[in-house]
Design a protein around this ligand. Structure first.
Ligand SMILES: [Zn+2]
Length: 153
């Protein structure tokens, strides 16, 4: 078995640079090879100790950046929420004003209609009165286009 190649893979695994497929292969190999298992254990212990001692600057920067990013996202979210809230309040206010205005319009029309109805009623009463005060008439038409209208008394 080519354990030099496997040790390279173990090195990559410990550095976190091994892909999933090879990871499965190397674990299978470790279960059956004492030499590689010892190499893995040693390398892993060293790696863990190094990680404990060194806190890489890059990591600090990454954490800091991600915090800033999160804060910005939160701020943006807040602004978006505030904006949406403002827009919905404005829309509600607009609808309220519009409905008050339309209600006024409808009321005006209603008043106009009532007034017109009264006018029509009084005109009908006048026509009735005039019609009833006129004496009944008899209308006769003759063949020579002569029309005779006579009051029936
Ligand atoms: Zn091996």
């Amino acid at each position: 078995m080519n354990c030099d190649k496997n040790k390279e893979l173990i090195q990559l695994y410990v550095d976190g640079e091994l892909d999933r497929e090879k990871e499965a292969y190397i674990f299978t190999h470790l279960s059956g090879c004492n030499e590689c298992r010892l190499f893995f254990r040693t390398l892993n212990t060293i790696s863990l100790n190094i990680r404990k001692e060194e806190f890489p600057n890059e990591l600090e920067t990454r954490i800091f950046n991600s915090l800033i990013e999160k804060e910005t996202k939160l701020k943006n979210k807040f602004f978006t929420k505030a904006f949406v809230r403002a827009v919905s309040y404005a829309a509600a206010l607009f609808l309220l004003v519009a409905s008050i205005f339309l209600y006024g319009q409808v009321n005006d029309y209603k008043l106009i209609t009532v007034g017109m109805n009264q006018q029509i009623k009084s005109q009908a009463q006048t026509i009735d009165l005039l019609y009833n005060t006129l004496p009944p008439t008899v209308v006769q038409a003759k063949f020579n286009h002569e029309i005779i209208v006579r009051a029936k008394m």
